[in-house]
Design a protein around this ligand. Sequence first.
Ligand SMILES: Cc1cc2nc3c(=O)[nH]c(=O)nc-3n(C[C@H](O)[C@H](O)[C@H](O)COP(=O)(O)OP(=O)(O)OC[C@H]3O[C@@H](n4cnc5c(N)ncnc54)[C@H](O)[C@@H]3O)c2cc1C
Length: 432
Amino acid sequence: MVDAPTNAAEFMTSPLVQENLWIVGAVIIGAIGAQALWLTVDFFRRAAHENAQRARIAELLELRLAAARTHRAEQEKKSFSWAGWRKFEVKRREFADPSSQACSFYLAPHDGKPIPAFEPGQFLTFQLAIPGQAKPAVRCYSLSDSPRSDHYRVTIKRLPARGDAPPGLASNFFHDHIGEGDLVDVRAPSGRFFLDMTHDTPVVLLAAGVGITPVLCMLNAIVDSGSSRETWFLFGVRHGDEHIMREHLDRVAREHENVHLHVCYSNPRDGVDVRGTDYHHSGYVSTELLRELLPSSNYDFYMCGPPPMMDSLTEGLLEWGVPEERVHFEKFGPAPGKPKPKPDTSAKGPPVTFKKSGRTIPWDAAFEHVWDFAAANGVEIDSGCLEGNCGSCMTAILSGEVTYADEPSFPYEKGTCLTCSCVPNGPLELDA
Ligand SMILES: Cc1cc2nc3c(=O)[nH]c(=O)nc-3n(C[C@H](O)[C@H](O)[C@H](O)COP(=O)(O)OP(=O)(O)OC[C@H]3O[C@@H](n4cnc5c(N)ncnc54)[C@H](O)[C@@H]3O)c2cc1C
């Protein structure tokens, strides 16, 4: 016991230890260094882990908040919505283009109660009692501005007489007879053509003429929400006189880096319309132009305009490799000039009975829908959009069944059908 320190001292001073002391020192320093390094690495690893966890929690909270907001909006939509017709008062009207052919109407509920929000791209359905008309005219008009708490806005283009075709009934009535303080009957917002605001993926909004209304609503909804979603807006008109909402579009593009505005004039006026000042491109909104402008085809495309424009754009986008489910469009009505079949007395389809009219006629497969078939055979059924959107042609089915090529957007009641969108699925009896 007494010798131990001496032995230790001896050991430490022994030549063997003295010779290898630097190794021992190096081992000790190495061990301390390794420990320190490990502690440092561990510190940063923990810090990174905690940061990642904090980010995940923040992300989760954001998701929960977004879900709560969506839920609240859905609840509000349900509780503030209405069935059937509701009176709205025109609070304001203003022309939206230099030629005064497109007019915006601002509508507030006459009962002063809250109105539901809507999805950008949806439309309102109007019922107008027009003097001299046997029945009210029912027409759909897209909401042209993002949701506001106290009013809706629609923008309506006057359809003039052309050749033998008379002036458009409802659009001219709106322009000539509906002013501030007037009341109109309106159905709640509906429609399946809308922008999903829960996503932030890049979009291309394409429009021509008054087809701008639903996509303008989408654009406004994007910028009003403060989103930095990449948004391309291509708008085609013939010339400057038809340039709807010009100041608004220019301001939105100027103030939002994420918005890329391209206006096309197909027929610019010599000496009046200046390229680079009034518009960006000569010609139509086309897939060729999209291919020039866009860095890729990886977008969702929303379009509204005349049927030939939408047909050629859809075809071009599909050819470019855009999946069908990313091409969305709204039609403002059946394609004009589509030849209507004549009633064929030798048709051999299942019998269709129109009970109120006392007629039973064999179904003729040349007709696209029951409504056209009825009309061609002199059976009158109310109509509005003739696209399955407004519900005007909803008719009770007394017996039999119908099929829809595309499920209509209007939520028709059980035991009824939308005659503008269905065909008989065997013998059919309708309350018409
Ligand atoms: C979902 C949806 C959204 C819409 N959004 C908008 C919008 O935001 N803004 C807008 O302006 N429009 C919009 N529309 C179109 C709108 O609903 C009407 O179809 C449009 O205003 C024309 O209605 P109208 O009563 O003036 O014309 P109609 O009287 O219905 O006539 C339509 C066309 O048929 C011709 N015509 C009528 N009768 C005859 C006849 N006997 N012989 C030959 N031709 C005839 C007319 O000359 C006219 O060109 C939308 C449509 C839908 C389905």
